[in-house]
Design a protein around this ligand. Sequence first.
Ligand code: NAP
Length: 313
Amino acid sequence: MSKGIENSEHNSGSNRVGNDKIAYLGLGLMGEAMAVNLAKAGLNVVGWNRTPGKPGAAALIAAGGKVEKTIEDAVKDAAVIFTCLGDVGDVEQVLIEKGGVCDYAPNGAVIADFSTIGPDAAKRIYDSLKAKGMYFLDAPVTGGDVGARNGTLTIMVGGDETAFQKALPALEKMGKNVKLCGPSGAGQALKLCNQILCAVNMISVCEALQLAKRLGVDENFVVDVLSAGAGGSWALSNLGPRILKDDFAPGFALKHMLKDLRLVFENIDGNSDSLPGTKLAQELFKKVGEDNGSDSGGANGARGTQAMKLAYD
Ligand code: NAP
């Protein structure tokens, strides 16, 4: 492995954090914004996206990065490899299946995945990559599309301290609150707790707006006045205004929330009775998805989680 990005920081006279190659696989909504922030910070970023021609690739090039056509070309010689993909199967396919990162990344590479996949999957991937001489960090994020664009994400990391230290200078270009939370799987465990906070909180935002309407008070006041009070929340401040404008664009796609709530229950052996509030949120999100003919999202699933409001219409 090359000398490590932390050792080459502070090159005199420039904002570059060394020339070590950083690969970024998955230039979707989150990946695009995060990779762009790395490139804007002067890092040597090489991106890859499964489907060519998506906006993320052009945005990364415009920010000073490069884009390769294959995983092999993107990750060969990379010191650090970031991924931001979809569900468990997607991350396993890109990282540990034949033709994936495990076949082409250099020995000692640090691979950090920002997708939400739950602790069980993270530990499996950690073991599989460790057997091939690579480090794996589960590094799910929270802060949404806004946090990704602003470089203010919270990044919850699970894995080895050595690997964390190697990835940290680059992680700090994408997040303001970057924490090693424990061994492999710890970041994902925390992220699932976070998803409960987000999902159940969305019920309260929708129901407060619903009540305001029923009681004949201006719904805008729920956002404008109550955001600063004890009932305020990220969801109320950021998604409340979108609900009031019937703006259901993602943000955080409903299909991803359904995935995450499925992961919550899978990671506790399907015992949904122990988390009744989470179960209700899952039912409401599903109702919105199913209204459009699919329990895993469909066209409504591509909408943001604020589309839960449609379950109350
Ligand atoms: P997105 O916009 O749908 O992007 C997904 C990316 O993953 C795309 O680049 C897609 O490539 C790629 N991908 C998916 N499956 C793949 C596969 N099997 N092989 C190769 N590439 C694959 O999703 P996102 O909103 O950025 O979210 C990505 C991850 O971050 C998810 O796990 C989500 O739960 C998590 N997350 C999202 C947010 C948020 O606010 N959006 C916040 C926190 C965490 P194509 O272009 O080829 O489809």
